[in-house]
Write a protein that binds this ligand. Structure first.
Ligand code: DOR
Ligand code: ZN
Length: 361
């Protein structure tokens, strides 16, 4: 039996308020606990988006009633809310800026709008950007200009990880995260059925849609080769129902909060990462980067030798599918203790909605 501190996932989408048929604070945090994640930072691209005091209150009230694990809520950077976001910063996980296209309406195209946020955000927590390739380079430059910490969400490309390495060497206050799906999955082959690496055929069509897109073998290799530059493993848990994924205009996004730890434990088992790296990138670094409190009397028990198959039917997310269906993993979460309470044991969630605490309170 292996005992780990509770994991922190700094990037989840719980769809609450507004699209709770995909996920809500209850099902999302149940899924987190079953995956050994005891703290989540929730993204603001809900309906409505979370960008001012009224919408922040709305999300936090839903979380207060329903969350089973600890949490904080992001604010979204909009065209006119730089001053209000800065004022609300102490209550927020951090500020999220969408600079490239994705799910929801929060994208900021005009770079003068980015400027206002970089100027005004207090900087005790980072500005987290969804920024790919060249927009990432522009965001890095703005962070450097205003001497503010920036955290690049879900990097996926070789050029991104190498640019971040160079920026760190030049003293830019940059940190970054990578998602399991960008480490373990690749872009579908152009002609035939999508390939999900050597783990067998994966789902097709809309089930491969995610932003940033799944990348090439060269990109995936570069992420693994530059793990020392990557500060966090984060899931970008982005649940959409199977009907939506298999329907017309499938929305992008993969669920992931419950499969993070088994996939990483399997990478430890296979000798691809060390247990120290796992702990650093899922606990120590996110805690430091996002200025999060320690969770007393909180741990995760894992049977590192247990082999099992990932099955959506056994996961707790409301979305009903996983891109890792049928994957054989080594390392199973057997028990989670959160602030002294048994929260998960042998497949059962044991804490009620509302047990989770807002770590920014
Ligand atoms: O694939 C994605 N889905 N990428 C994002 O950035 C957003 C997410 C979502 O909210 O569904
Ligand atoms: Zn996201």
């Amino acid at each position: 039996m292996l005992k780990l501190p509770g994991l922190i996932d700094p990037h989840v989408h719980f769809r609450d308020p507004g699209q709770t048929h995909k996920e809500d604070w209850d099902s999302g945090t149940a899924s987190a606990l079953a995956g050994g994640v005891t703290m989540v930072l929730a993204m603001p691209n809900t309906k409505p988006p979370i960008f001012d005091q009224a919408t922040l209150d709305l999300a936090l009230e839903a979380a207060r009633r329903k969350a089973r694990c600890d949490y904080a809520q992001y604010l979204g950077a909009g065209p006119e809310n730089a001053a209000e976001a800065a004022r609300l910063a102490p209550r927020a996980a951090a500020l999220k800026m969408y600079l490239d296209s994705t799910f929801g309406q929060l994208r900021l195209d005009d770079m003068t709008l980015w400027l206002e946020h970089f100027r005004q955000w207090p900087g005790k927590t980072p500005i987290v950007t969804h920024s790919e390739s060249r927009s990432m380079a522009a965001a890095l430059w703005m962070a450097h200009m205003f001497d503010k910490p920036i955290h690049i969400a879900h990097i996926s490309l070789r050029e991104e990880v190498l640019l971040i390495r160079a920026a760190k060497e030049h003293g830019v206050k940059v940190t970054c995260e990578v998602c399991p799906h960008h480490l373990f999955l690749m872009q579908p082959a152009p002609s035939s059925a999508p390939s999900f690496g050597d783990h067998g055929a994966g789902p097709g069509g809309g089930r491969t849609e995610v932003r940033p897109r799944l990348a090439t073998q060269a990109d995936v290799d570069a992420l693994w080769a530059n793990l020392d530059v990557i500060d966090c493993f984060a899931t970008d848990h982005a649940p959409h129902t199977l009907a939506e994924k298999d329907g017309e205009n499938p929305p992008p996004g993969f669920p992931g909060v419950e499969t993070l730890l088994p996939l990483l434990l399997t990478a430890v088992h296979d000798g691809r990462i060390s247990l120290d790296q796992l702990i650093e990138k899922t606990i120590t670094n996110p805690r430091r980067i996002f200025n999060l409190p320690e969770q007393p009397q909180t741990w995760v028990e894992v049977d590192e030798k247990a082999e099992y198959e990932i099955k959506a039917s056994e996961l707790h997310s409301r979305c009903g599918w996983t891109p890792f269906e049928g994957w054989k993993v080594t390392g199973k979460v057997t028990k989670v203790v959160l602030r002294g309470r048994e929260a998960f044991k042998e497949g059962q969630i044991l804490v009620e909605p509302g047990f989770g605490r807002n770590v920014r309170d």
